[in-house]
Design a protein around this ligand. Structure first.
Ligand SMILES: Cc1ncc(COP(=O)(O)O)c(C=O)c1O
Length: 426
């Protein structure tokens, strides 16, 4: 039968997945795959979680949707309360719900612009971001992203300024990063900049790249000095992925505006949010009284009820602790693999957001390993790496937080076998 559904590669015939449970997905031929990447680093509770299935059914029978400009909902309020409670120092008091990480970025950019506008500073509309960054696929979110492979066809219509932060996060000392930020603020003019937007641990655009100690605290101080908002894209890192609720928790700091997505709906609901502090909301509340963003399905009660249950399960089942423990085990295993193969250059990450950078000089290595893993029943996720973030040489290993010790061993074994097979074929 002709396939009318558009998938990423138009020439490829994708196998159909027909069922999934726990960390395993089964295809139409009955073959099982260990979900070593939680899909696109999203399915953090694994698949067909029994508590969620039950909750979903109950909620459907109660209320599934109301439009947010006509009614409020207990479900959205409950979720926003939970998010405020788990946020760093309970700073993220307010949530604006949307349906994807890209939309969360769009809303974050708009809130930042509005925040300044409503205080008479309308020229503050630009955003400083990193060269190695991905904040989403919609035009505004792509405009602030550095990810070359995803930007290049649309470069002419995307924001070209200010300069992106380019210093190597692993090699350059902290003072060089701070000096780079100061220079960009100086050349662009603080009066033109709304904020600085950064992913706490760089995922798809940086292969789980972790900035140095003290980095975010110091970047935030510079933002405060020059009247820039400090904004965190926690779409990938948020809600336990790095072993704590928020990525910025590892640096003991928080943002003025943060975005979350992926693990919020955890694959059970398409949900994301822009989170803001009291201080950010105040001038908008006192000014226009309206955030000019939102979508038909913003604050969808069914999605919010499911996400609320996701957070409850993470807490009740102590999954942040499991993520930390499995992270240690995985990192040890990945380090052993790195020792055996010269073309594995780096292994790094935090929690269950781990990355492996491969030698970009060996052609096609990333694709070969991903394909071999797939054949052997393991899913891993491609990411960009290299000095400029333009090499297609990274793998993200990011299994669900529910993964057990035995399943972690199985993941490592398939990865090891697959890499050995690719090495032999070179
Ligand atoms: C850090 C980050 N921000 C934003 C996004 C965009 O999220 P979505 O694909 O849900 O639009 C992604 C997606 O990979 C991401 O990794």
């Amino acid at each position: 039968m002709k396939n009318h559904n558009i998938q990423p590669l138009l020439q490829k015939n994708y196998l159909k997945a027909v069922s999934a449970r726990g960390v395993y997905i089964t295809d139409e031929n009955g073959k099982r795959y260990l979900d070593g990447s939680s899909g696109p680093v999203a399915c953090s509770l694994g698949h067909s979680h029994p508590a969620l299935a039950e909750h979903f059914g109950k909620q459907l029978g109660k209320i599934q949707f109301v439009y947010r400009s006509q009614f409020g909902s207990e479900e959205a309020e409950q979720l926003a309360w939970q998010l405020a409670r788990i946020s760093p120092a309970e700073e993220y008091q307010h949530s604006f719900f949307v349906n994807s990480g890209s939309e969360a970025t769009e809303t974050a950019l708009k809130i930042a612009i509005q925040y300044w506008q409503e205080q008479g500073k309308a020229s503050k509309t630009l955003f400083i971001t990193r060269q190695k960054s991905y904040h989403g696929i919609t035009m505004g979110a792509l405009g602030v992203s550095g990810h070359q492979l995803r930007r290049r066809q649309f470069e002419r219509v995307l924001w070209g300024r200010p300069e992106k932060l380019k210093k190597d996060l692993e090699a350059a000392p902290l003072d060089q990063h701070l000096a780079e930020l100061e220079t960009i603020i100086h050349t662009t003019g603080a009066e033109n900049i709304a904020g600085l937007l950064l992913e706490p641990v760089i995922g798809a655009a940086g292969t789980a790249l972790v900035p140095p100690e003290g980095y975010y605290q110091s970047m935030k101080e510079i933002c405060q000095k020059h009247e820039l908002l400090f904004m965190a894209d926690e779409v990938m890192t948020g809600l336990g992925r790095t072993g704590s609720w928020f990525g910025l928790d590892h640096w003991g700091t928080s943002a003025d505006i943060a975005t979350i997505g992926k693990s919020l709906g955890a694959g059970y609901a398409p949900l994301a949010a822009t989170l803001v502090t009291d201080e950010i909301l105040a001038p908008i509340r006192q000014g226009s009284g309206l955030i000019m963003s939102g979508h038909t399905y913003s604050g969808h009660p069914l999605s919010c009820a499911v996400a609320s249950q996701v957070l409850t399960i993470i807490e009740k089942d102590n999954l942040l602790e499991n993520a930390r423990q499995m992270s240690g085990k995985l990192l040890q295993g990945l380090a052993r693999i790195k020792d055996r193969f010269d073309f594995v250059q780096t292994v790094r990450g935090k929690g269950l957001l781990l990355g492996m950078e491969l030698d970009p000089a060996v052609p096609g290595l990333q694709g070969k390993i991903i394909d071999r893993c797939f054949e052997n029943g393991l899913l891993v996720y491609p990411s960009a790496g290299g000095q400029a973030g333009t090499d297609e040489n990274g793998l993200l290993i990011a299994p669900p937080y529910i993964i057990s010790g035995t399943e972690t061993d199985a993941l490592l074994e398939i990865l090891d076998t697959s890499i050995s097979q690719v090495a032999q074929s070179l």
